[in-house]
Design a protein around this ligand. Structure first.
Ligand code: F6P
Length: 369
């Protein structure tokens, strides 16, 4: 009997989601004769049984489009806001899985989605996931789709900021997404030639940053670009907050996902505060640019379309083989099923000995330490 596949997209949207929906759906239908239905707005849509048939032309013309045709939400099956309360809606989700005669649910998402997916697998459902995120922080995969597109957008922004910073002899502090992992700030900072790159993995000393800028200024380079990840933390804040929070440790002292620039001082965002501190310490004028959701919007890059299509078709093949409770990871030129148990709750941050870090240092970029 042909298998029935449910598919949903959860968490923050990411370029390449539609390419992945298309790849899973077309391969499942075309190669294996399966039926595919989508659920709107992530796990909430499955809980509310808001299904949409993904047959006929529904999967055509979406390869190049941004966002997700299914909509998304950050709702988790076990923690869903319903009627003013936050409830565990796992049972309703399990019921709707069976009401729709699903054989498997495909979940496209980032780190939070892997956790939700494992939860549903433990509740007895056949689940398979694909990793997507512009943050590139999903564990156990070489890379996640969405990252390459965001990297291109952030790099172009840094390129463009150079000419205006240069013309006005200013410091421009550009805030790049990534609360817990600095891949995007580091990658675009290196590619765009930022003079300073600050990432969550390396707490920064604002005095070191100011010194680097003053050194440049004395050498006749009267402008500087500072690429700062949302989650970058000043060394003093980190030490003080970690001490305050005692056993809760340094991770909890960092900003929470979705909580933009949460370290505030006198109502000022962390990035604005950094800009002000650099103005005071260097005597140069500074401006702030926050790239925000621009980094997640629009058409996916060619690399992300490939990265969504390759694991997407691999996902359909694994479903045909009956391989469940896995994430379809990108591994070299191929894909590899990784048990959800090994992915959920983990995060892929930038290792301090990563070649990108070494290269950044070797070209003279200040990393704030
Ligand atoms: O998780 C991806 C991400 O884009 C992060 O980089 C960013 O901090 C967060 O989502 C923003 O969340 P929201 O879409 O809820 O504003």
């Amino acid at each position: 009997m042909a298998k029935n596949i449910g598919i949903l997209t959860a968490g923050g949207d990411s370029p390449g989601l539609n390419a992945a929906i298309r790849a899973v759906g077309k391969a499942a239908q075309g190669s294996y004769g399966m039926h595919v239905i989508g659920f709107r707005d992530g796990f909430r849509g499955l809980m509310e049984n808001r299904a949409v048939r993904l047959e006929g032309g529904a999967l055509s013309g979406i390869l190049t489009t941004g966002g997700t045709i299914l909509g998304t939400s950050r709702d988790k099956p076990y923690m869903m806001p319903v009627g003013g309360q936050t409830l565990d809606m796992t049972d309703a989700i399990v019921d709707n899985f069976h009401k729709n005669h699903l054989d498997v649910l495909v979940c496209l998402g980032g780190g939070g989605t892997q956790k939700s997916a494992l939860h549903l697998a433990k509740a007895g459902l056949n689940i398979i996931t694909l990793p997507k995120t512009i943050d590139n922080d999903v564990a156990m995969t070489d890379v996640s789709f969405g990252f390459d597109t965001a990297l291109g957008i952030a790099t172009e922004a840094i390129d463009r900021l150079h000419s205006t910073a240069h013309s006005h002899h200013r410091i421009i502090v550009v805030e790049i997404m990534g609360h817990n992992a600095g891949w995007l700030a580091l990658g675009s900072g290196i590619a765009g030639g930022a003079d300073v790159i600050l990432i969550p993995e390396i707490p920064y000393d604002v005095d070191r940053v100011a010194e680097a800028i003053v050194r440049r200024s004395r050498a006749g380079k009267r402008f500087s670009i500072v690429a700062v990840a949302e989650g970058a933390v000043p060394i003093r804040t980190q030490t003080a907050e970690a001490a305050d929070k005692g056993s809760r440790g340094k991770d909890k002292a960092r900003k929470a996902p979705g909580e933009s620039a949460a370290i505030e001082d006198q109502g000022m965002s962390h990035t604005a505060q950094l800009s002000r501190q650099l103005e005071e310490a260097t005597g140069l004028e500074a401006r702030v640019t926050i790239l925000g959701h621009l980094q997640r919007g629009g058409t996916p890059s060619a690399a992300d379309r490939l990265l969504a299509t390759r694991p997407g078709t691999g996902c359909a093949a694994l479903i045909d083989e009956g391989v469940y409770a896995v994430m379809v990871a990108a591994r070299g030129e191929g894909v590899e099923p990784v048990p959800l148990e090994k992915v959920a709750g983990k995060r892929r941050t930038v290792p301090l000995d990563h070649p990108w870090i070494e290269s950044a240092r070797r070209v003279g970029t200040c990393l704030g330490d």
